[in-house]
Design a protein around this ligand. Structure first.
Ligand code: UD1
Ligand code: CA
Length: 452
């Protein structure tokens, strides 16, 4: 089929300079959600109708399979679909979607397409407690005759609770004919896509209706508050799916997944965690409260304690991270590594059983196994112009408050005394201390303030 996504509306009520369909839900633009769902139907043509902020939309969401057309000015939904007509393949039906209805489900669309087949008009409708604002489905003897918009309806029509979600499948050849014949003779002076329904009736084309699996699939976003409401629905669904698959959640209302979160068995996630991009938590991993984890992989049995921030990190099996640790891109930790509070690791490989338990910075480093990095130790990886590497071999001991001025290498088993500023490589098994020796003056009298 052809799929046309309407996205030209301006979204005045968002009160934003960003085009409405670029506002994000679960970290992804609303339009991208719709495109992702549309692709699952393997469309012949995927056309997006842009208008307000169209250039920005085209730039932000570009893909080889997307065709953008412009609707300028915006004269209604029928006029919007008209702009896509030259791009449509006449041999297959056309599905119309909205760029601001981000949660529409692939299964509901597939059922609609199936019901419409090659030559029927299919409309996705729902029954609403309060249908105010929507186009009403007007039936006679059970058969759909036309759609009446809120602003054009009489009392009897407006009492109807079955509404047009806006999503429909239309055979493409008659669609072109019907669109060309639309008028804007209505309360809003717009070319209504919904007027094609009456035209189909005139031509005795069968009209079918299908209901979505869930009502929220068809909810549109016109304001930040509606966007926030859909975000909660989305997150509630993600949490339910995680629980269903056996992941333990301290509170399903307090987890946000903005991307994909894959979990093994016996994973537990405490409250207020945010997962972004692709995150993998292997069997037995636990994540403490208030962690933000992005594009990271955590291996079996590792424990992420509260308040950690991880981005582009790999954590080895059985490791202990946090509380308050920061793992930046390229932090690659082996098995049973301990990274404690206020420790930052970036672009560094730290091998098995090494520890940096407090207040340290490990950047652009290669750290061996069983290394101990003391509190306050810093790799000085940046000379103001270039980054350099620090190499710390197996079993080395880096004392408290050391500065390792890269490029520098600490041989295996070497000990660096507390407070050392290391500028030269040190051999295996050695002790290096660079601080001044301690001196004590006994019976020292402090100066006293002179009297004037
Ligand atoms: C439309 C339907 C109404 C339906 C409702 C569901 C028509 C005439 N009415 O009404 O029956 O119940 O959706 O939400 O179709 N758009 C454009 N160009 C335009 C106008 C709209 O691209 O010129 C896009 C909007 O960006 C939006 C979608 O079409 O994504 C719907 O537009 P909107 O103004 O929200 O339609 P409604 O008047 O709510
Ligand atoms: Ca609307």
């Amino acid at each position: 089929m052809n799929i046309v996504i309407l996205a030209a509306g301006m979204g005045k009520r968002m009160h934003s300079s960003l085009p409405k369909v670029l506002h994000t839900l679960a970290g992804k633009a609303m339009l991208e959600h719709v495109i992702t769902t549309a692709r699952t139907l393997n469309p012949e043509k995927l056309v997006v109708v842009c208008g307000h902020g169209g250039e920005t939309v085209r730039q932000k969401i570009a893909a080889p399979d997307l065709v953008y057309v412009t609707q300028q000015p915006q004269l209604g939904t029928g006029h919007a679909v008209m702009q896509a007509v030259p791009e449509l393949d006449e041999t297959v039906p056309t599905l119309v979607l909205y760029g601001d209805v981000p949660l529409i489900g692939a299964a509901s669309l597939a059922r609609l397409a199936e019901a419409a087949g090659k030559d029927k008009l299919g409309i996705l409708t729902v029954e609403m407690e309060d249908p105010t604002g929507y186009g009403r489905i007007i039936r006679e003897k059970g058969k759909i005759r036309r759609i009446v918009e809120q602003k054009d309806g009489n009392a009897e029509e407006l009492a109807v609770r079955e509404i047009n979600t806006g999503i429909m499948v239309v055979p493409t050849v008659p669609l072109k004919r019907w669109l060309a014949a639309l008028t804007n003779d209505n309360a809003q002076g717009e070319y209504y896509l919904t007027d094609i329904v009456a035209k189909a009736v005139e031509e005795n084309i069968d009209i079918v209706s299908v209901q979505p699996g869930k009502l929220w699939e068809t909810l549109g976003v016109n304001s930040k508050s509606q966007l926030a409401a859909l975000e909660r629905i989305y997150q509630r669904n993600v949490a339910a799916a995680l629980l269903e698959s056996g992941v333990g959640l301290a509170d399903p209302a307090r987890i946000d997944v903005r991307g994909t979160l894959r979990c093994g068995r016996d994973v537990f996630i405490d409250v207020n965690c945010v997962f972004e991009g692709d995150v993998v938590l292997a069997d037995g991993v636990s994540v403490g409260a208030n962690c933000v984890i992005r594009n990271s992989t955590v291996s079996e049995g590792a424990e992420i304690r509260p308040f950690c921030h991880m981005d582009g990190a790999t954590v080895g099996a059985g490791s202990l991270i946090g509380p308050y640790a920061r793992l930046r891109p390229g932090a690659d930790l082996g098995e049973e590594v301990h990274i404690g509070n206020f420790v930052e690791v970036k672009n560094s490989h730290i091998a098995a059983q090494s520890k940096a338990n407090h207040l340290a910075y490990v950047g652009d480093s290669t750290v061996g196994s069983r290394v101990n990095i003391g509190a306050g130790a810093i790799t000085c990886n940046y000379d103001g112009a270039n980054k350099h590497r620090t190499v710390i071999e197996d079993d080395a001991f880096i004392g408290t408050n050391c500065e390792l001025v890269a490029p520098v290498k600490v041989g295996s088993g070497a000990t660096i005394g507390a407070g050392t500023t290391l500028t030269k490589d040190v051999p295996a098994g050695s002790l290096t201390v660079s601080r001044t020796r301690q001196t004590t003056i006994n019976d020292w009298k402090r100066p006293v303030k002179s009297k004037k």
